[in-house]
Design a protein around this ligand. Structure first.
Ligand SMILES: NC(=O)C1=CN([C@@H]2O[C@H](COP(=O)(O)OP(=O)(O)OC[C@H]3O[C@@H](n4cnc5c(N)ncnc54)[C@H](OP(=O)(O)O)[C@@H]3O)[C@@H](O)[C@H]2O)C=CC1
Ligand SMILES: C[C@H](O)[C@@H]1OC(=O)[C@H](O)[C@@H]1O
Length: 254
């Protein structure tokens, strides 16, 4: 059964990792898909090629989500090229691991701007369009298990993921009357570019694996199903919710 037939889905950070898996997952479920990305031109092009090979329309737009203008441009292009906006997957994010006591101000500020401001402006721009269209919609934000737990080298990052989760809760209230649902997914440790260096240390990787009751780290495709579900009418009465997708890592105390 295709869950997103006839829908138009926008994904930020769709060139690689979780965003790419969400974009392909949406196309597999019958959606036309627009992706935003920042640097990886070839990956973005190949993602669009995969979407088109599945018989769906797609396009990629380069832009920095930290800038409000990127959000308005992304939504405007989606409207022009795909006709409407039904779903936003707000996914783009960075996690430049760094110690707390000597955190450079620019690393701190950039992490807030990309992860938090980026999510805010994208959700606001997509919601404005959905309200104008008048037939509801769905926003799925990629938060993190890090919204719930800390990380020694993530003191600048974990508050942004808690912020994204909180944004979905408040937006669910602000947008419920318009039939727009807002939810977040909370991935655990998923093997992508964002943590390639951190997990290059075999001991660290082994340790992270042992924390997961399901016995493995996640792959981007593990997020596709939960994101498609929350975006779809199967989740018609789900809003303001957060879905952990972590192989059980969060509940594994001892
Ligand atoms: N991997 C993990 O373990 C976890 C990841 N997450 C979250 O998942 C989301 C995706 O991360 P993941 O797939 O792992 O990481 P990746 O590094 O694999 O992908 C990040 C994506 O975000 C895009 N991006 C980065 N900065 C910007 C920007 N300023 N403007 C627009 N796009 C940008 C990248 O574009 P490009 O590559 O083209 O520059 C890329 O498409 C993030 O929000 C992250 O916090 C949450 C929990 C766990
Ligand atoms: C980048 C990290 O490996 C990843 O990001 C998160 O949000 C998770 O907490 C993981 O630590």
């Amino acid at each position: 059964m295709k869950l997103l037939e006839g829908k138009t889905v926008l994904v930020t950070g769709g060139s690689t990792g979780i965003g790419r898996a969400a974009a392909i997952g949406a196309a597999l479920h019958g959606a036309d898909v627009a992706i935003n990305y920042y640097t990886r031109d070839e990956d973005a092009e190949s993602c669009v090629a995969e979407i088109e090979a599945l018989g769906q329309r797609g396009f990629a737009l380069k832009g920095d989500v930290a800038l409000p203008a990127t959000a308005t441009e992304f939504v405007a292009q989606a409207l022009e090229r795909l006709g409407k906006v039904d779903v936003l997957v707000s996914n783009a994010g960075i996690c430049p691991f760094h110690a707390f006591l000597d955190m450079p101000v620019d690393v701190f500020e950039r992490t807030q701007q990309v992860n938090m401001h980026g999510a805010y402006f994208m959700c606001q721009a997509a919601a404005r369009q959905m309200v104008e269209q008048g037939h509801g919609g769905a926003i799925v934000a990629v938060s993190s298990i890090s919204a719930l737990v800390g990380g020694e080298f993530q003191t600048h990052y974990t508050p942004t993921k808690a912020g994204v989760h909180s944004l979905m809760q408040s937006a669910a209230i602000a947008l419920g009357r318009h039939g727009i649902r807002c939810n977040s997914v909370l991935p655990g440790t998923i093997l992508t570019e964002i943590n390639k260096d951190d997990l290059a240390d075999p001991e660290k990787r082994k340790y992270m694996e042992t924390r997961v009751p399901l016995g493995r780290l996640g792959v981007p495709e593990d997020l596709a199903g939960p994101i498609v579900f929350l975006a779809s009418d199967m989740a018609a009465y789900v809003t303001g919710a957060a879905l952990l997708v972590d192989g059980g890592m969060y509940v594994n105390l001892q």
